[in-house]
Design a protein around this ligand. Structure first.
Ligand SMILES: Nc1ncnc2c1ncn2[C@@H]1O[C@H](COP(=O)(O)OP(=O)(O)OP(=O)(O)O)[C@@H](O)[C@H]1O
Ligand SMILES: [Mg+2]
Length: 259
């Protein structure tokens, strides 16, 4: 079954075309990596899926349901970790944040309490449980935002730069967590600039550049199936594919005249 289907998605900001007839299909149970240069359109794509942006044209379906015509129903089963943890309520305490999310998603009181306890323990945030979100560090905010999603256990989880700001132990934990979510049948879409992590955990990867998908492949085939356009040798890493195929590829010399 297709978990997420994006067809011919276009989005412009003023005269700037940011998503240009983008197509993407993610099967249920996949860990899918979406990578691309800064400004390529990853977050804009996610904001369209989150229903935070009106797109100009195209169609987004989640588990076979059209997003625009089934907004409330569709979004119940999606959890999005935003790039800058924008979903957190600054002036709520950590505990209150999770309570609020649990209530919005209709969980019963006992379930909310049990899960909140486990989540604070899992993310080593117990001593911040009763502190205001505005007092959390960047990494703690990521953990709390992720906890808010895990709390209601959606089937499609989208993570925009989840590793950004996390310490080494937490990165390890989150990678394991992503693999566990997959084992439990969840579908995960993840963006990251840390390509070794993407190579490590994803089943399939797509590269977006200037609002278009320029490459897509099962992750394990990248090193054997494709050849570098310059050397005609197999790629040695996802990083090499990225540098070969995106406009960021060229490394300029002598750019800063005063250095
Ligand atoms: N609200 C907005 N108004 C105007 N332009 C925007 C807005 N949001 C994004 N853009 C533009 O859309 C383009 C894509 O931005 P987006 O945030 O989707 O990139 P990204 O791939 O997530 O990059 P990064 O790797 O830096 O997070 C950029 O040129 C950005 O300036
Ligand atoms: Mg982004």
């Amino acid at each position: 079954m297709t978990a997420l289907s994006i067809k011919l998605l276009s989005k412009s900001f003023g005269s700037q075309v940011v998503l240009d007839n983008l197509d993407l299909e993610i099967n249920q149970g996949q860990i899918f990596g979406l990578i691309g240069p800064n400004g390529a359109g990853k977050t804009t794509t996610i904001n369209c899926i989150a229903d935070l942006l009106n797109f100009n044209s195209g169609k987004i379906e989640i588990f076979g349901q059209d997003l625009v015509s089934n907004r409330i129903e569709v979004k119940k089963n999606v959890g999005i970790l935003f790039e800058n943890t924008e979903s957190l309520f600054e002036y709520l305490k950590g505990e209150e944040q999770l309570q609020f999310v649990g209530e919005i998603y209709g969980l019963d009181k006992t379930t909310i309490e049990t899960r909140i306890y486990e989540l604070f323990e899992y993310f080593n945030l117990e001593i911040f449980r009763w502190k205001s979100v505005s007092e959390y560090s960047k990494g703690m905010r990521k953990k709390l935002a992720l906890a808010s999603i895990l709390l209601y256990n959606p089937d499609l989880i989208i993570m925009d730069e989840p590793f950004d700001g996390l310490d080494t132990l937490t990165v390890k934990k989150v990678k394991e967590l992503i693999k566990t979510l997959k084992k439990n049948g969840k579908t995960i879409l993840i963006t990251s600039h840390i390509l070794s992590y993407i190579e490590d955990i994803t089943d399939e990867v797509a590269i977006i550049d200037n609002g278009k998908i320029v490459f897509q492949s099962p992750t394990k085939e990248i090193r054997t199936k494709f050849k570098n356009s310059t050397t005609n040798e197999n790629y040695e890493s996802l990083e090499e594919v990225f540098l070969d195929l995106t406009t960021e590829g060229g490394i300029q010399e002598n750019v800063l005249s005063w250095l």
